[in-house]
Design a protein around this ligand. Structure first.
Ligand SMILES: [Zn+2]
Length: 313
């Protein structure tokens, strides 16, 4: 990777499934802030309490873990499309959401939308659009992997039907097939860069060359599957190598995510522009990220520089 001093935001990453090594490498690569959407955990939950604890951990322990590597952690709260299909459970989760969406550091309702485009998915997507509108938060939309184009268009049409303005909606997992429809309608178009996949970083560079940088956002969506928490900085390096200007790279790998989710009023550059103090002696509910006599890092993580060496050793 070409070393550079850019700052990055990864606005879609599931750190609950990742390790401290990932945090250390992300910090060293210049990622200053991340957004963790609520999502499906790989197997269905059976109790509403599991959702409650999961939302609490996104606001608590996970935010603390990120802070121990000098990274600002935000999240979006919502009922994912897959689990919307368990209607008895979905009803209970809907009752929990209002208790969480207005908490500090929640920058949107997400990730919500369609998976198989079932009736239940449609019902809970619509209810959550109304919730987002009521509390004035942006919406982070997961678009389906099957029948993507139709599902993406449907997601946008339903959002507009519910009076949610396009500038308040980040449509995720776009590709060449959907980007034009998303941008033409005035929505934010986010792209997930998975390793060894169709939507790789070479094709991302081509999309930026073709469509420009307005309302285009790059993310990793790294989770418990084969994915790469460094997708954003790696794509940025590749774009620079392909002759895309540093200013344009900054827009799609930093500024646009900030502008989109900053509409929540919960995320601002000042959160990380001042040098961030990292003290790994800190604890969260009596728990530390350190093990067996490890040397804590105590020092500054400078916004545009790399975190001190010893934090990642
Ligand atoms: Zn996701």
């Amino acid at each position: 990777m070409t070393p550079n001093k850019m700052m990055y935001i990864d606005p879609h990453i599931h750190m609950t499934s990742r390790t401290t090594d990932d945090y250390a490498r992300m910090s060293a690569a210049g990622i200053v802030a991340i957004i963790e959407p609520s999502f499906w955990l790989g197997q269905p939950r059976t109790e509403a309490g599991s959702f409650k604890d999961y939302f609490s951990s996104l606001l608590g322990w996970e935010r603390f873990r990120a802070s121990q590597f000098g990274i600002k952690h935000y999240c979006t709260i919502g009922l994912n499309s897959k689990e919307a299909n368990n209607e008895a459970l979905a009803e209970q989760v809907m009752e929990l959401l209002p208790l969480f969406v207005c908490k500090e550091g929640v920058v949107g309702v997400g990730e919500i939308g369609y998976d198989d485009q079932t009736t239940a998915e449609d019902k809970y997507y619509r209810l959550q659009l109304d919730l987002a509108k009521e509390v004035g938060l942006p919406v982070q939309i997961h678009t389906p992997h099957r029948d993507k184009k139709a599902g993406t268009i449907r997601s946008m049409e339903v959002a507009m039907e519910h009076g949610v303005q396009p500038h308040m909606v980040i449509v995720d997992h776009n590709n060449e097939e959907t980007v034009k429809d998303t941008l033409d309608r005035g929505f934010w178009a986010a792209f997930t860069i998975y390793p060894n996949s169709k939507m790789g970083n070479e094709r991302m560079a081509e999309i930026v060359k073709q469509y420009g940088t307005e309302r285009i956002i790059v993310n990793s969506a790294a989770d418990w599957g084969v994915s790469d928490p460094l997708s954003v900085p790696k794509t940025a390096s590749l774009m620079l190598d392909r002759g895309i200007s540093a200013e344009d790279v900054r827009k799609v790998c930093y500024q646009n995510a900030l502008d989109a989710f900053g509409q929540s009023g919960q995320m601002s550059e000042s959160d990380w522009l001042q040098a961030v103090q990292v003290d790994q002696r800190d604890k969260f509910s009596d728990n530390s990220i350190l093990r067996g006599g490890q040397e804590p890092f105590v020092g500054e993580r400078k916004a545009t520089g790399q975190i001190e060496d010893n934090i990642i050793r």
